[in-house]
Design a binder for this molecule. Structure first.
Ligand code: PLP
Length: 390
């Protein structure tokens, strides 16, 4: 490959040899097209007219009052599909088209990335296969149905624990056998090089917009930028706009689940150790023998044992800070945003808000904070209802 795809010691491409030429082809295509005028124009139009960009940077004044700071919400929840995932799917699917690929494949856990890929597959008229753990297919029947409505084929993966990591293994295996016409649309800023770079690029539109909007609306940069972390794509997307502004503090919030000591969680950066999974070296949740640990979170979208390599580097260098918040606090945060602003946040995004609530006493009134509201919470109402009776 032309580029090593390293973020410090993290990243790389630890894949079977048959996959190397495939990743090379993808790397070459990405670097050929991402600065191409026609490609940029095509993607801008899709982002504007199909996805609904730019998203507002909204001053949540009632919630600001409550928290004792000035809170700006980057409203990725208002995008088509209800989350930031469409940014990545449009970018990669357009790249697939420029590469003259006719078929898309993707992995999915909770079904959110699978559904976003199925939507774009329909939009582009591309045959779409979604690999999904058999257990997840059972658990997420509504999303499975929506993917089928968009014309995608959902392939249940029986091996392993029947969850996301098995779906990724199977999608990679299928890809090696079908590379000539098939593009693998990977869902987050992890996986083997060049995916972390590609996904960061297509999500960086969040940070670019947010920085410009913040300067226009407030005449200054924020003090802090906060986002939730699953694989790390929405967070790296917004962080990328501010990473060179050394005075802006970057905070990533992981899923603390039932608690870091007692129960299951998905706090990879906070509690993981370095290892290799799905072709990339990063922090990982693993047991004492190095086997991948089972993760759990109230928000299915954060439930992944790995994390993108750039976040690992940002953690080690101290440029970004990573914390974990437990399910109970996440539910409090979910309710607070509903009550104060009439906005139902995704449980994933509620993690970031939960950290803000915890910091409440420490703020000064004029502190300016941007929180990336990665998605809307309609999908989570049933879960919240189980825990909190009104
Ligand atoms: C998928 C998802 C996430 C987690 O994925 P990242 O790659 O870490 O951004 C967060 N929020 C929402 C709403 C999601 O759908």
């Amino acid at each position: 490959m032309k580029y090593p795809g390293r973020y410090g010691p993290y990243g790389g491409f630890y894949v079977p040899e048959v996959l190397i030429p495939v990743l090379e082809e993808l790397e070459e295509a990405f670097y050929n097209f991402y600065q191409d005028k026609r490609f940029i124009k095509d993607l801008q139009l899709l982002n504007r007219d199909y996805a609904g960009r730019p998203t507002p940077l909204y001053h949540a004044s009632r919630l600001s009052e409550h928290l004792g700071c000035q809170l700006l919400l980057k409203r990725e929840d208002l995008l088509h599909g209800g989350a930031h995932k469409v940014n990545n799917c449009l970018g990669q699917a357009l790249l697939a088209k420029y590469m003259k690929k006719t078929k898309l494949i993707a992995e999915t856990g909770a079904g959110q990335h699978g559904l976003a890929t199925a939507m774009i597959g329909a939009l582009f008229g591309m045959e779409t296969k979604i690999f999904m753990g058999a257990v997840d297919v059972e658990r997420q029947s509504v999303n499975v149905h929506k993917m089928k409505l968009c014309g995608a084929q959902v392939i249940p993966v029986e091996g392993g624990t029947g969850t996301l990591k098995d779906a990724i293994n199977e999608a990679l295996r299928y890809w090696t056998a079908n590379v000539s016409d098939t593009f693998y649309l990977f869902g987050t800023a992890a996986g083997p090089h060049p995916y972390p770079t590609i996904v960061r690029h297509f999500q960086s539109v969040i940070g670019t917009e947010a920085r410009q909007q913040c300067l226009e609306q407030t005449d200054r940069l924020p003090d802090k930028v906060i986002a939730c972390i699953g694989g790390g794509s929405n967070a790296i997307g917004i962080f990328s706009g501010f990473v060179d502004d050394r005075q802006v503090e970057l905070i990533g919030v992981e899923a603390g689940g039932e608690g870091l000591t007692a129960g299951k969680h998905a706090a990879t950066l906070v509690a993981g150790r370095v290892g290799i999974l799905h072709g990339v070296k990063s922090y990982l949740l693993q047991n004492s023998e190095g086997q991948i640990a089972e993760t759990e979170s109230i928000s299915a979208g954060l439930d992944y044992p790995g994390v993108g390599p750039e976040h690992c580097q940002l953690k080690d260098s101290g440029r970004a800070k990573y914390v974990a918040l437990e399910d109970e606090k996440v539910l409090d945060a979910f309710e607070l945003l509903c009550r104060c602003e009439g906005i139902l946040p995704a449980l994933e995004s509620s993690h970031a808000l939960a950290w803000l609530m915890q910091q409440k006493e420490k703020f000064q009134k004029d502190q300016l904070i941007i929180l990336n509201l990665s998605g809307r919470g309609d999908k989570d109402v049933g879960i919240v209802e189980k825990y909190r009776k009104l």
